[in-house]
Design a protein around this ligand. Structure first.
Ligand code: MG
Length: 399
């Protein structure tokens, strides 16, 4: 892989939180990716909701298949831009590790439960998973990933949380600060991280159309009012007359989505090349100091926004989705209440952490206990959360 001067090079990585000897056959970013693939949190993604609850059907995207699609799109664009493919893949595979069960509904419920204890945010939680919660190594908590991977995972961060993160950064010998620093200085992350943000958007826009139509909640007819989709739909029909037959409806959908994905990928490559040619960053450090450079063209940005607005209105807020999500939120709230009253109901590690940190008898509503409960609930798969809720309350809310 030939890397541009503004691409992250593994040999110039700012390093890991705890010093380790380099691997003989893998670069630092390849090693990060392998650690993520072998992590417990990564395996759980297969049973976590993207939009549709995991029990609603076997063919809908889950957090795992979504992450794989982001990695594929990201790698493909990275190759054309001479960015570091391995780093892009690594960030993509890790970017959703902190998601709660039941998608954004689960996160909103957990955030409300944690309001008095610092809140809950899935993006920050993804970093917490790789920095603290995975228990796989003898000498440290977490996966001890490189700065560049961790920086890419932390997409958003409030100022208050950035200050807390910086206080917790063990190794900043280079004086540049940790992953929270850029939110205090208002600079950008690496171009690889910027690319993952856009690959995420391209991936979910496309697969949510597919899943939405598959579920019957949105129709091909409705989609013809969405400019980003409609043009490719007409293009697909014009190029393949047989796609007009009702029996080929799924092939027509796939062909339209395929054209849409390709065009968005080409658009990002062209718009980013233009931005790079104008800004001419000569290094990773210069790229970080510039405005966001991995971008859609203005027209594609507008069409993507319009599609997102359509999906929000017609799919994510569809009464049937909302009904399930309301039940999912009730599950999260009641789990949180149950563990707050009886932290010993959490299994093994989490209950032990509460016991070790707080010598007073339960219920112990210290912020540390509440954070442990939030970590425990956030780590659950959809079905584990539903079963655990039934065990603790005697009521089954979700199939
Ligand atoms: Mg995502």
């Amino acid at each position: 892989m030939s890397l541009a001067p503004y691409a992250c090079h593994p040999a110039q990585s700012r390093g890991r939180r705890f010093g380790e000897v380099d691997a003989p056959t893998r670069t630092a970013f390849q090693r990060d990716r392998d650690r993520i693939v072998h992590s417990t949190a990564f395996r759980r993604l297969v049973y976590k909701t993207q939009v549709f609850l995991n029990h609603e059907g076997d063919l809908f995207r889950t957090r795992l298949t979504h992450s794989l699609e982001v990695a594929q799109l990201g790698r493909s664009i990275a190759r054309s831009l001479h960015l570091n493919e391995d780093l892009v893949e690594t960030i993509a595979l890790a970017h959703d590790l902190g998601h709660t069960p039941f998608g954004h509904a689960g996160q909103d419920a957990l955030n409300a439960c944690m309001a008095a204890y610092g809140g809950f945010e899935h993006n920050l939680q993804s970093l917490r998973v790789v920095d603290h919660l995975e228990e796989r190594y003898p000498d440290f908590d977490g996966l001890n990933l490189t700065f560049e991977t961790r920086e890419g995972i932390l997409k958003h961060c409030s100022r208050a949380n950035a200050i807390l993160l910086e206080a917790d950064e063990p190794l900043c010998a280079d004086g540049l600060g940790g992953v929270g620093q850029r939110f205090l200085q208002r600079t950008q992350p690496s171009l690889e991280a910027q690319l993952c943000n856009l690959a995420d958007e391209i991936a979910y826009n496309a697969h949510d159309i597919d899943d939405g139509v598959r579920s019957g909640l949105i129709s091909l007819e409705q989609l013809q009012d969405v400019p980003l989709f409609e043009g490719y739909y007409r293009q697909a029909l014009a190029a393949h007359a047989q796609l007009a037959q009702p029996a080929n409806a799924r092939r027509l959908l796939y062909e339209s989505i395929r054209l849409m994905l390709s065009e968005q990928v080409y658009d990002v490559i062209a718009a980013t090349q233009a931005a790079l040619a104008e800004a001419r960053p000569g290094s990773v450090a210069q790229a970080r100091a510039l405005p966001v450079l991995v971008v859609f063209s203005r027209g594609m940005r507008e069409r993507s926004q319009a599609l997102k607005a359509f999906l929000l209105r017609e799919l994510y807020r569809h009464p049937q989705v909302m009904e399930n999500m309301a039940l999912a939120q009730q599950v999260v709230r009641e789990l949180f209440a149950a563990y707050s009253e009886a932290p010993q109901e959490m299994q093994t590690g989490s209950a032990a952490r509460v016991a070790a940190g707080t010598p007073v008898p339960p219920p112990q509503t210290t912020p540390a206990t509440m954070r442990t409960i939030a970590d425990y609930i956030a780590g659950m798969t959809d079905r584990f959360a539903a079963r655990e809720h039934e065990r603790l309350t005697g009521r089954r809310l979700l199939p």
